[in-house]
Write a protein that binds this ligand. Structure first.
Ligand SMILES: Nc1ncnc2c1ncn2[C@@H]1O[C@H](COP(=O)(O)OP(=O)(O)OP(=O)(O)O)[C@@H](O)[C@H]1O
Length: 446
């Protein structure tokens, strides 16, 4: 009898271990919650002081603190690490808020992040300054970009859309008020369209006018027609549409001057014009010309885009430009326009120059990271902006049908916009088969 129970116990242990091993690979989130989190929390608590000490993240205490904490027996004053203010477990990792003592700065912790990662046995450690004097150590227990699941509860609001997951487990939010104009670059099949889909799925739920310029004959954006205020699919129509948008910008500036304000957000809500997001797919199509007679059109388009990129932020018109490359080879005006598009998302690229076009002027440290994105991880990108900060992100995989269904669902949010009426796309009468997001609008999240 006792032999049988030993065998059963052993079988249970093996099955349990096998199950955990399986969960670690196939369901890392479950494994982290059951095993990784308690183990890491314990390891962090037990080794915090010694780890910070060997990583050189301690300082001599102030005179008062030295008096309180001195080792009476040895008459020595021990160096102190940053004070732990809060430890919080999440579905992807562990977050620790630290109060920095005088003499330590966030960059010191960032420089030691590899050593901290090894000491606590986690997948990554990133350091974010949350307010002056405080940093958050964001540890992830596993590679969160392998199977992307957005954090619970993040939703589009205002003019901000969560579009992807950052390496540290937080949402990457495309906030048009903070970064009004942006550029997305990447090689073929790197995930640019899926990035734009996530963006459109979020924007579709907000009170904005969406304008599409898709000179690949509208193959991508025509699916979103029900929620678009305008869609053009040829360079000629794009030139006409951009002229209308420039006129709209000028009349909005007149409105600002009538009310004596400098920004649409300072206007009273009842007169504030609706924000406009212009989504340009494959921007090179607008720059390239095949004959001399196209030159005048190109000039019109480039001038309009540059004027919008330079000034339209204040009147609530935003550009979101997407392309494979965006450099001087596109001709006059290209680099000038690029300099105005300060939000950058660079997917896998085929050459270092493309990574430099996207990142060298805003986040030079990130150029090498973009060059290392593997082809088998489509949707992975480096996101940066003119603040100098950057992060590695990956979008959740979203199909064209899912986003098309969201656009049908929120078609009633298309605002009144008479100036764009002649560019309103034809909307097919058949409703697409509802994707999961139509049945129950999943937050752009888990
Ligand atoms: N986040 C993601 N997760 C998983 N697969 C993805 C992701 N993003 C893109 N893919 C897949 O990678 C492939 C290419 O994606 P996408 O069409 O977005 O690339 P692209 O850069 O727009 O390509 P192109 O320039 O040729 O239009 C598609 O099969 C898509 O399903």
């Amino acid at each position: 009898m006792s032999e049988l129970s030993v065998i059963l116990d052993a079988a249970g242990v093996v099955a349990g271990a096998g199950g955990l091993g399986y969960a670690k690979v196939r369901a890392p989130r479950v494994y982290w919650s059951l095993v990784g989190l308690p183990v890491t929390w314990g390891r962090f608590t037990l080794s915090y002081r010694s780890t910070m000490d060997v990583c050189g993240l301690t300082v001599q205490p102030s005179a008062l603190r030295a008096f309180v904490t001195r080792n009476v027996a040895r008459r020595e004053v021990l160096p102190v690490p940053p004070k732990v203010r809060r430890v919080r477990g999440t579905a992807t990792g562990l977050r620790v808020t630290l109060r920095l003592p005088a003499g330590l700065e966030p960059a010191d912790l960032a420089a030691a992040s590899e050593r901290l990662r090894h000491a606590w046995g986690v997948h990554s450690v990133t350091v974010a300054e949350t307010r002056p004097g405080y940093v958050e150590l964001r540890m992830t227990g596993y590679d969160v970009l392998r199977y992307v699941r957005m954090p619970r509860g993040v939703r589009p609001s205002g003019l901000a859309v969560p579009v992807a997951l950052r390496e540290d487990g937080t949402a990457f939010v495309r906030d048009f008020r903070a970064v009004p104009m942006a550029l997305t670059l990447g090689a073929n099949n790197s995930g640019k369209s899926v990035y734009q889909r996530n963006l459109i799925a979020g924007l579709a739920r907000l009170p904005v006018a969406l304008v599409g310029i898709d000179c690949k004959r509208g193959v991508e954006q025509s699916a979103y027609a029900p929620r678009l205020s305008a869609l053009v699919t040829t360079p000629d129509d794009a030139a006409a549409l951009l002229d209308v948008l420039v006129k709209e910008m000028e009349s909005r500036f007149d409105l600002l001057s009538t009310h004596g304000v400098s920004d649409v957000w300072e206007l009273p809500a009842e007169v504030r014009p609706v924000p406009v997001v212009v989504l340009v797919d494959e921007v090179a199509e607008l720059f390239l010309i095949s004959s001399k007679k196209d030159e005048e059109r190109r000039e019109r388009i480039v001038t309009a885009l540059i004027r919008l990129a330079q000034m339209a932020r204040a009147v609530g018109i935003h550009l979101e430009v997407c392309g494979q490359r965006f450099g001087s080879e596109l001709g006059r005006g290209a680099t000038m326009l690029r300099a105005q598009l300060t939000g950058r998302v660079v997917h896998r690229v085929n050459d270092k120059q493309t990574a430099e076009m996207g990142l060298a002027d805003v986040a030079p440290d990130a150029v090498a990271v973009a060059g290392l994105i593997p082809a088998e991880r489509p949707g992975t990108a480096v996101a940066a902006d003119s603040s100098g900060g950057w992060s590695k992100i990956r979008t959740p995989h979203t199909s064209r049908e899912q986003v098309s269904a969201v656009c049908h669902q929120f078609a009633h949010l298309v605002p009144d916009f008479p100036a764009l009426d002649r560019f309103r796309p034809h909307v097919p009468t058949t409703t697409p088969a509802p994707g999961p997001s139509l049945v129950k609008p999943r937050p752009v999240t888990e």
